[in-house]
Design a protein around this ligand. Structure first.
Ligand code: ADP
Ligand code: ASP
Ligand code: MG
Length: 405
């Protein structure tokens, strides 16, 4: 008997028919004699709709109340799956985040899991129940409902799998696995059979939203094998495992994109020591992660500075920087949300100077302007106009020889 954690994403639970399909899949694992814990997302589109609703109710919704609202998406699907299973005569029970003892910090909308008390789930499993847990949510030490950031039910699943010492965590989604680029925009992307935690961390951090980055961090820390696969067929998906688990140690190459990017430019900033700290410290204090930074040096003691922030934190970042701009005497401040970051990962950046040249030439051939560039040993990223994202991903996939035959 194995302990299997299965997580189903929004498309897989989008309506009662699909929930019935999920119930049949869950019951199959149960009938095979395994203990099964199921983690659910909200129905596709529901979290977006709830955010929209909140925006209609309040100009700047209170973050605690927003989490109370957002958690209802997963409460709905957990209840629906449990009642579907019970209707099929399976002993299923739903649990909300607090019932499953998912304890988080108090960072509403972006909470981190601190611990998971396994007792309640284990009690139900001992009595051969199927346990259905609402993903994406937990409670802080005072019982306030929190949510884990977009895509957070992946993290609920892997964290619960780790706490229960599950044999495997299966992530059921709407694609067949992890691909060399988003298969929904790059028809020639290839499915990756096995990928290491570190390589998956790179892909997730550069925009491959098939797994939330924190879920990969948990999987790596607790060595939980993660199987990313489709809920719509029986095919083997992608195994995310540790490097020394017998896999060939070939670097995975992939192209990723991230539309959740925006930039802010400060014009004519005094070119003096301490200015950068004044600009970036208040962002760091609010937990806003700055990714790329470009600074041009001017001869007259002033400089322009441009940097990127996650688009969903752009409004907050701009507000903070308007204040900073006044303080340091910058001439002007403006920003742009319609940008995207495309990245080429893992093609041996360190040893092959031609990699950057190949990337720039491929983008130039399609007349795609590059606004910002950053490189590391394992990747090169370019910021482009958002409307070119899909084209850029496809041509880079071809340019780096990644296309399926
Ligand atoms: P779920 O609701 O199941 O969590 P998500 O939309 O969060 O699904 O994640 C699955 C999506 O991730 C796919 O539909 C695909 O568009 C996107 N994606 C982006 N990059 C990749 C990649 N490299 N491989 C697979 N899917 C990817
Ligand atoms: N429902 C949440 C979201 O849309 C969490 C998830 O699906 O993983 O972000
Ligand atoms: Mg997801």
């Amino acid at each position: 008997m194995r302990l299997i954690v299965q997580k189903y994403g929004g498309t897989s639970v989008a309506d009662p028919d699909r929930i019935r399909h999920v119930a049949r899949r869950v019951s199959k694992a149960y009938n095979d004699g395994h203990n099964v814990v199921v983690i659910l997302s909200a129905m596709a589109g529901v979290t977006d709709n709830l955010i929209d609703l909140a925006g209609q109710a309040a100009q700047s919704p209170d973050l605690r109340e927003l989490d109370v609202l957002l958690a209802t998406g997963e409460q709905t699907t957990a209840a629906l799956l449990a009642m579907t299973l019970r209707d099929m005569n399976y002993p299923a029970r739903s649990m909300l985040g607090h019932q499953a003892q998912v304890v988080t910090d108090r960072d509403f909308g972006n909470a981190h899991i601190l611990e998971i008390g396994t007792q309640a789930i284990e009690n139900l499993l001992t009595q051969r129940n199927i346990v259905v847990v609402a993903g994406f949510q937990g409670t802080d030490s005072q019982g306030n409902i929190t949510t884990l950031g977009r895509g957070g039910s992946d993290t609920s699943a892997v964290a619960i799998a780790a706490a229960l010492k599950a044999d495997v965590c299966e992530i059921y989604t709407d694609v067949d696995g992890v691909y060399t680029a988003d298969p929904n925009i790059c028809g020639k992307a290839r499915k990756i059979k096995t990928i290491s935690y570190d390589e998956m961390l790179n892909m997730a951090s550069l925009g491959a939203k098939v797994l939330q980055i924190r879920s990969v961090g948990f999987a790596k820390k607790y060595k939980i094998p993660v199987h990313v696969r489709s809920s719509f067929n029986e095919e083997e998906g992608t195994m995310v495992v540790s490097e020394n688990s017998g896999m060939e140690s070939v670097m995975v190459s992939a192209v990723t994109h991230d539309k959740n990017q925006a930039w802010i430019t400060l014009n004519k900033v005094p070119d003096q020591p301490g200015i950068a700290a004044k600009i970036f410290t208040p962002l760091a204090d609010r937990g806003i992660v700055v990714d790329m930074i470009i600074q041009n040096t001017h001869t007259n003691g002033q400089t322009d500075l441009t940097f990127t922030v996650p688009e969903n934190e752009y409004d907050m970042a701009l507000e903070i920087e308007k204040r900073v701009a006044r303080e340091i005497g910058a001439d002007d401040i403006f920003g742009k949300k319609e940008i995207a970051k495309v990245s080429v990962i893992g093609v041996g950046m360190k040893n092959h100077s031609g990699v950057a040249a190949t990337m720039f030439a491929a983008l130039a051939a399609e007349n795609i302007n590059i606004s910002m560039i950053s490189t590391s040993e394992i990747r090169i990223s370019c910021v482009v106009d958002e409307k070119y994202t899909e084209l850029a991903v496809r041509i880079l996939h071809t340019a780096f020889g990644l296309d399926a035959e």
